[in-house]
Structures are given as structure tokens and as C-alpha cells.
Design a protein around this ligand. Structure first.
Ligand SMILES: [Zn+2]
Length: 260
């Protein structure tokens, strides 16, 4: 069975078949557990609703750096209040995204809310799901300042160097590997997977985005995680079953509120 650590089934691209997927289709395709990740305020509410509707679905609550118009102390309070729900297993996705944002004031705003959400995760004793794009150094420095024995997380859709990945691994953090590892131009992520131990990898789609080959560009779903597991098995020279088993155990370790 496969553990899907990062999906967005609240997205409108699933309006036509969300119920079939979450009620039985994913399970029939070897997907055991799913964490639906909030990115906007509405996405958090929808994630919580999916998690309370379907046994195998859990939720992460957080506001993505590109959706900070949704962020306020009230929104943060809503997350705090709802995080005690047994199906809420993480704070995320939170982080820094400098790809589109060149303005220093906006970047400072991202850092402010990233830190506030990290503080909340610490207060709630929940792991975090990190989104980081074109912000390697600021993200890493923030995490180094945040990291303790009890405060860990997943660096989702990992896109930086293998050297930096090894630094995260050394701190006991997990690296989220998705469809990019199957892309022709995904060499950098392949090198990262080569360099880090399987015990630090979790599987993720980020669906509806990031479909692996041979479905690149189409709508993604957790059913395609097997292609990512196959690619990792090939890189690590182990069986696909081994990749599925170890990454499943890894996901249970970091998302410790999920019942095995
Ligand atoms: Zn995501």
C-alpha cells in the first residue's frame, strides 16, 4: 500500500469524480492513506471536511505563501481551534515562494506568516509541510532556527540541491518526492534521491498538479504514485514493494496522528 502525503482533492478539477476516488477508487488502486493539504483558507475548510467525511483521508491546515491575502490573526486562530480535530495531522502547506514575488516587502510578509505558522505548529506539537521555491537559503535558515527534537516536517516537492537535501535529512526531516522525478528534466531530483536514504523519502503527488510520466501535463491523482515509486525503486535498486513499504512507514512517523 502507498501513503499519499500531499494531495489537493478539494481542487475543482476533482469535482467530477472526487467521491468515487475518495470513497473507493484510490483504495482499489493500492492507496492506503491520503493527507489532503490546505493551501488557502477555503482549502483548509474543504480539507477538514474531506478528512471528516472519509476514513482514509487526513488534513493539513495552513496558508501557502502565494495565498497570504487569506491570512490574518483570525485565520490563524481558526487553524489553532480546528487543529485539535483528530484528523488534522500537520500544519501546511506553509513556506516561502520567491519565484513570482520580487518585491522585498512582499517577501518579508511571507517570512512573517511562515514564522507565525511555524510557531503555531510548535505550540500544537504538529509536524509541518513546507513549500519552498526559489527561496532555498531563507527557508533553510528559518528551519534551522525552528528545528528541535520534537519539531520536524516534510520539505514538499523538493527542488533544491542534493547537498541541501542531506542537510535536511541530517536534522531528521523528510523529503517529498513526486512526479518531477520521472521528468526528462528531473535530473536534479534523481540525484537527490540517489544521495539521500530511502528512510528519509515520502511519496507525494501534489495532485491535481505534477502528473508523472507518461501522463505529464494531464490531471494528476494518487493512482499515479506507482510511477513515482517505480522510478525511485529503479534509482535505489530495490523493489517497488520496498519503496512503498518504507515510504509508508516514513509517512506514519512524521504524520504521527495517522492511525496505521
Ligand atoms: Zn501542494
Amino acid at each position: 500500500m502507498i501513503f499519499e502525503t500531499h494531495a489537493h482533492y478539494d481542487d475543482e478539477k476533482f469535482d467530477g469524480d472526487r467521491v468515487e476516488l475518495l470513497s473507493h477508487l484510490l483504495r482499489e488502486n493500492n492507496i492506503g492513506k491520503i493527507v489532503n493539504i490546505g493551501a488557502s483558507f477555503k482549502g483548509c475548510k474543504d480539507s477538514l471536511e474531506l478528512a471528516t467525511t472519509y476514513d482514509d483521508v487526513y488534513a493539513a491546515l495552513g496558508i501557502h505563501p502565494e495565498n497570504l491575502e487569506d491570512m490574518s490573526d483570525e485565520a490563524l486562530d481558526w487553524i489553532r481551534q480546528n487543529a485539535s480535530n483528530p484528523k488534522v495531522v500537520a500544519i501546511g502547506e506553509i513556506g516561502l515562494d520567491y519565484y513570482w514575488v520580487k518585491d522585498e516587502e512582499q517577501r518579508a510578509k511571507q517570512r512573517l506568516w511562515f514564522n507565525k505558522q511555524l510557531d503555531l505548529a510548535k505550540e500544537l506539537k504538529l509536524p509541518v509541510v513546507i513549500h519552498s521555491r526559489d527561496a532555498a537559503e531563507d527557508t533553510f535558515n528559518t528551519i534551522v532556527g525552528y528545528n528541535t527534537q520534537d519539531n520536524k516536517g516534510i520539505v514538499h516537492c523538493y527542488s533544491y540541491s542534493k547537498e541541501l537535501a542531506l542537510e535536511y535529512v541530517k536534522m531528521g526531516w523528510y523529503i517529498g518526492v513526486g512526479g518531477v522525478v520521472t521528468f526528462k528534466n528531473g535530473r536534479k531530483l534523481v540525484e537527490t534521491v540517489e544521495a539521500i536514504p530511502l528512510s528519509s523519502i515520502v511519496l507525494e503527488t501534489d495532485c491535481p498538479y505534477m502528473a508523472p510520466e507518461p501522463f505529464r501535463g494531464q490531471r494528476n491523482s494518487s493512482i499515479y504514485l506507482k510511477y513515482i515509486a517505480e522510478k525511485i525503486a529503479q534509482i535505489k535498486n530495490v523493489s517497488v514493494e520496498e519503496v512503498e513499504k518504507v515510504t509508508y512507514e516514513n509517512a506514519l512517523k512524521i504524520y504521527s496522528k495517522v492511525k496505521g
